[in-house]
Design a protein around this ligand. Structure first.
Ligand code: F0G
Length: 448
């Protein structure tokens, strides 16, 4: 029998709760919570996923999240079981790892050894849809009808779209920082029709407020501090594993903001390893923006999980005094990451590393991806900038198999692209429009 429970992540506490709880922190020690399982049948994991992949007639099997539902079976605790699985009609999570030659060349890794997965191809333009499918399923299990989140623009769009798709059954409120949101993201967020609160302050301020409001007002919280969100995001790694013919890469590289995604990735690989389905762990590299690099700095200064023996008061102080984040990669403009401890644990599990990328490095890497016919937003391009950096350092070897996750869609931040390509100070890959008089001769001349 499969069984799911919430556990405090700190081994010294190890408090446990039923999955009927919407608590986002341990009542005993205020630690983060994990969903943990017993009784998963490892022998059928790959076959079930493969079989479902071929079953195009079933919405849940078509979903790249629910195809792997046997690896996130918290919903089995509920009597209505699979009827309750929330999906944007199977469209979320339909991504897989592919080769991107120019990106590989730019990073200095042979193209056959490096794959990229474009999570921006999810229905609302970012990886968040993977997490929302799972978190909305949990909210529905609990009979909750009002949900909220703080966001730099992608989470808010995803929450709002999933709520809208429940028609009149679900209401959503989203908290965004004042002026801290790319226009494409503001546009999609408004369009899906949630209540939008623009808070005076940045994402970290909005996050602090939504945490307060959700617990005081009994509104279900959809940020990645919600452990069920991360269950959905684990499937990003399940699809990498499947796409590499059930092999484990040497490296997985991902941008870091609130540190939910990298934590979910660590949990996914750790669980597969514990189930005996894989024989090694990949190393996970998290790339911060230089202007939002608290995680990078703290790890540089020696922060580590140490089996859960961490001086939490020390880090509480550090985050209280964190400088305001400032980067062009607005998605990851975050300096008080809520999943800090899960991310430290992930670094220990995966022998992971943290690096930082400047805005210029991210924008240049973004331009390389588009010059290969694909696209991602600036924060996502931290992934490619990070692979390049780790290759230059020699940490990633030429023969290593590397997977980079691009987290958001190219058009989430159209202003960044236009600035890059048309700024007076010419960038390496800029593509300025050629102004031509409306005359056949001049046009033909310009084409030669
Ligand atoms: N990439 C993109 C495109 C994002 O939107 C985010 C986070 C991240 C990376 C960072 O992921 O928080 O799991 O470390 N965006 C959140 C939002 C904060 O509100 O849309 P993380």
């Amino acid at each position: 029998m499969v069984h799911a429970q919430l556990h405090c992540i700190f081994p010294e506490c190890d408090a446990r709760y039923t999955v009927d709880s919407d608590a986002n922190e341990c009542k005993e020690c205020k630690g983060l919570l994990d969903v943990r399982y017993t009784g998963i049948d490892a022998s059928t994991v790959k076959e079930l996923a493969q079989l479902r992949r071929m079953n195009n007639a079933n919405v849940q099997d078509r979903s790249g999240v629910w195809r792997f539902r046997h690896l996130l079976p918290f919903y089995l605790e509920h009597s209505r079981k699979e009827q309750n699985l929330v999906s944007l009609d199977g469209m979320e999570g339909n991504t897989w790892p592919i080769h991107v030659t120019r990106a590989a060349e730019y990073a200095g890794v042979p193209s056959e050894n490096v794959w990229f997965q474009f999570e921006g191809n999810n229905p609302t333009g970012s990886f968040k849809d993977n997490g929302m499918a799972a978190a909305f399923t949990h909210a529905k299990m609990l009979g909750r009808t009002y949900v909220a989140c703080a966001s730099t623009g992608n989470t808010s769009a995803s929450v709002a779209a999933f709520a809208a798709n429940e028609l009149n059954q679900m209401r959503a409120a989203v908290f965004i920082g004042d002026g801290k949101i790319a226009r494409g993201k503001l546009a999609k967020t408004l369009a899906y029709d949630p209540t939008v609160l623009q808070i005076e302050g940045d994402f970290d301020d909005a996050m602090a407020r939504v945490l307060e409001v959700s617990s005081n007002e009994g509104i279900y919280l959809m940020n990645s501090v919600n452990p069920f969100r991360l269950e959905g995001q684990k499937t990003i790694m399940h699809r990498v594993w499947e796409g590499l013919d059930w092999n484990v890469p040497d490296w997985v590289v991902v941008p870091g903001g609130n540190l939910g995604n990298c934590s979910a990735f660590g949990k996914a690989w750790h669980e597969l390893y514990e189930l005996g389905l894989t024989q090694k762990m990949p190393r996970i590299a998290v790339i911060n923006a230089q202007g939002a690099n608290m995680f990078y700095q703290l790890v540089q200064q020696g922060a580590c999980w140490n089996g859960g023996k961490v001086n939490r008061e020390h880090y509480r102080q550090a985050f209280t005094h964190a400088p305001k984040a400032h980067t062009r990669a607005s998605a990851i403009e975050i300096n008080r990451p809520v999943n800090f401890y899960k991310a430290l644990r992930m670094l220990e599990w995966t022998n992971g590393v943290v690096r930082e990328a400047t805005d210029a490095e991210m924008l240049e890497a973004q331009a390389v991806v588009t010059r290969n016919g694909y696209g991602c937003e600036p924060a996502s391009a931290a992934t490619l900038a990070g692979i390049k950096k780790l290759r230059e350092e020699g940490l990633i070897k030429k023969t290593d198999r590397v997977v980079g996750i691009f987290t958001g869609h190219l058009l989430n931040d159209a202003e960044a692209l236009i600035e890059y390509h048309t700024s007076e100070q010419k960038n390496l890959f800029s593509n300025q429009p050629v102004r031509v008089q409306n005359s056949l001769d001049r046009i033909v001349q310009a084409l030669r």
